[in-house]
Design a protein around this ligand. Structure first.
Ligand code: ADP
Ligand code: MG
Length: 660
């Protein structure tokens, strides 16, 4: 298929009649280049190709529902609507080779507005003759079969979408879908489904044996489980996408919040707690000091008095002891005791005096008459008073002032936080996202559980099914309808697997070749490997060591995807135009040059490139212009609310337009 001409009438940003010649000369001059700044209408061109070809299907819808017409309504040019123009149209001229014959088609999809409702008309001309209603239907079915919307989707590269595929780790499922459609393997999937439907017809079903019926039911249950599992995987993928988005939104807002001095609830709570901790510490400390000041401090002032009281008590105690001794052992008793040793009274008298003097020499007037316990208490108290260091109380007072300041500072921070409404808004948003993340996370966990459960159930069913199948096969004579149908189904599945493996091997070779041409020299890929079951993509360097795809830059990942899908398109032998919308923005100069000069010329007969001036610069354009047949610059004129177009690339003429 090749596009020859596109006309947009009052569609999107395009007011009035906008006619674009899309013909390309040959494989060496295969490019139609649109230049346009952001918002100039590039993506509108890409969208209008989808819409004119597939109508509601372009949006993944099945019928011309109200949803579809709403979407169209939004795309009808608003100035034309205001001017009450009745005409909104996309016209596409294309050619297709059918049964070795080249046919020219003109597709004309138009909309008219009656009050609030809009109506669609779709007219098709084949080689100049308008097709009848029935023929148009046939044509549409054929178009959808041969160039399914999904398939075209893979050739219509939307830079934004590709960037998403790459960043969201959905590369494998993207490749799996591409391969299925590219290689027609979805046809076999539907054949297998058809066979199952056939077997389930009443008359066929009732002629089956009990085991056969059970086998059929098991197969159906298996398929149900399998599609539920696929759905779950799909949902998990999209939940992950949502989580990613929400998480990055959260960290953006969070950064913003903190840059502006905001406190999260957690942090605020922590500060409040810190404040009360400090207060508590401060109060305990001051309470202790208060006690000291009221109980001990007065005695500190009367320290000397207590000292003499303690000494007096000491002396009283000794005097008591002496008196006690004298009372118990009188001088006479003493002399008597010592009589056998010495009968010289002078000596023993002297000895007695020495002993009693040793006990106490004081002849004091008792004041306190304290008991031993009381004395010990007073002595102990005196020691406390003596050892008391006033500096420690002073230090505590200083520390108290310090702590009060600290608390005031924290209180101010909290008050400022609470008073700012911007921060409040941000905080509310943060909380909202946080709870959304939590519920998404919860949902994701549920899905994981469900997935595990389904996988397990599926494995069980598979086992039951295989056991029964072997039994049924063994008991059947050849030629029975059930057996034949099952065989066909099995052959189809085998064929599909084999075909996929074979095709993927070709794709691996082609993709590796392309990567060697396009990647910068240091990233030398010798081999590409695609797992036919998981569609996991692996690349290997010259030493046959795997290169971790995750560490590739966004641009390098994009090239990898581009080369792989390109390789699939090549191996599928389908001749489809490629459309690249804003695809080069993420590539550095070296890679951009390689894509323009090496990749594009290998993309077949027609490549439509929609580019901003920063993607393909004037210098790059001059290097590349020998590949270009037509150029356009589209520019949204904000004054007259319409797109102006010129036939050059941002003011630079092209060779073809000059010579013709
Ligand atoms: N129904 C409409 N009527 C008028 N202008 C529209 C309509 N729909 C979209 N636009 C305008 O078209 C422009 C978007 O074009 P788009 O194709 O996305 O640009 P690009 O891909 O070049 O960045 C925007 O400026 C938008 O305002
Ligand atoms: Mg765009």
């Amino acid at each position: 298929m090749k596009f020859n001409r596109l006309v947009l009438k009052n569609f999107g940003a395009f007011y009035g009649n906008n006619d674009f010649d899309l013909t390309t000369l040959n494989k060496n001059q295969n490019v139609v280049l649109f230049g346009g700044k952001n918002g100039s209408g590039k993506t509108t061109i890409l969208d209008s190709l989808r819409i004119v070809l597939f109508g509601a299907f372009a949006f993944g819808l099945k019928t011309d529902s109200a949803v579809y017409l709403d979407k169209i309504e939004a795309k009808l040019n608003s100035k034309a609507k205001k001017d009450h123009q009745g005409f909104f149209q996309i016209i596409l001229e294309l050619e297709m080779v059918e049964n070795l014959k080249r046919n020219q088609y003109t597709l004309n999809r138009g909309w008219s507005r009656q009050r609030t409702a809009i109506k669609e008309s779709f007219v098709v001309f084949k080689n100049g003759r308008q097709l009848e209603e029935k023929e148009v239907e046939l044509f549409q079915t054929k178009l959808r079969d041969e160039t399914p919307p999904q398939l075209l989707e893979f050739c219509l590269f939307d830079g934004e979408k590709i960037a998403q595929v790459i960043s969201k780790e959905t590369l494998s499922s993207y490749l799996s879908q591409t391969a299925k459609v590219m290689f027609n393997l979805d046809l076999f999937e539907s054949l297998e489904a058809d066979i199952e439907t056939y077997l389930k017809q009443e008359k066929v079903y009732t002629s089956l044996s009990q085991d056969e019926q059970t086998q059929l039911e098991l197969e159906q249950e298996k398929n149900n489980l399998s599609s539920k599992r696929d759905e779950t995987i799909g949902e998990l993928e999209s939940l992950e996408k949502v989580l990613d988005e929400k998480n990055s939104l959260y960290s953006d807002l969070n950064r913003q919040f903190h840059v502006n001095g905001g406190l999260e609830k957690k942090e605020r709570d922590a500060l409040v707690k810190k404040m009360s901790d400090i207060d508590h510490r401060r109060l305990t400390m001051m309470e202790r000091n208060r006690e000291i000041l009221t109980s001990l401090f007065p005695f500190v002032l009367a320290r000397d008095l207590i000292h003499s009281a303690a000494e007096q008590m000491e002396r009283e105690a000794k005097a008591d002891l002496k008196n006690e001794f004298v009372k118990t052992v009188s001088l006479e008793t003493f002399n008597e005791i010592l009589n056998p040793v010495s009968n010289e009274v002078n000596v023993t008298n002297e000895l007695y005096k020495k002993i009693t003097d040793l006990l106490s020499q004081d002849d004091i007037q008792p004041i306190h008459k304290a008991s031993a316990v009381q004395r010990a208490e007073i002595l102990n108290f005196y020691k406390q008073v003596r050892d008391f260091v006033p500096q420690s109380v002073l230090n505590d007072f200083k520390q108290n002032t310090q702590l009060i300041k600290e608390v005031q500072k924290i209180r101010k921070q909290i008050e400022e936080n609470d008073a700012s409404s911007d921060l409040k808004d941000l905080l509310e948003k943060l909380h909202l996202i946080q709870s959304e993340i939590a519920s998404t996370q919860f949902r994701k966990e549920q899905m994981v559980v469900l997935l595990n459960d389904l996988t397990e159930q599926l494995a069980q069913k598979e086992q039951q099914y295989q056991t029964l199948k072997t039994k049924v096969m063994a008991s059947k004579k050849m030629g029975h309808v059930f057996e034949i149908a099952n065989k066909v189904s099995e052959v189809s599945r085998l064929f599909r697997d084999l075909q996929l493996k074979k095709k993927l091997q070709q794709v691996e070779l082609e993709a590796a070749k392309m990567l060697q041409i396009v990647y910068r020299k240091e990233l030398f890929v010798t081999r590409v490997k695609i797992n036919p079951e998981t569609f996991q993509l692996k690349i290997f360097d010259a030493n046959q060591e795997e290169i971790n795809i995750d560490i590739l830059s966004a641009g390098e990942k994009q090239i990898l995807l581009l080369s792989t899908v390109w390789a699939m398109a090549m191996c599928s032998k389908r001749r489809l135009p490629f459309v690249f919308d804003t695809l080069l923005g993420r590539l550095d100069q070296t890679h951009k040059k390689a894509i323009l000069e090496q990749f594009i010329p290998r993309c077949g007969e027609q490549v439509i490139i929609l580019s901003t001036d920063s993607e393909i610069s004037p210098e790059q354009y001059s290097e590349f212009k020998s590949n270009v047949t037509h150029t356009y610059t589209i520019d949204f004129d904000t004054e007259n609310l319409r797109v102006n177009k010129s036939t050059n690339y941002f003011g630079m003429e092209n060779n073809y337009e000059l010579s013709s």
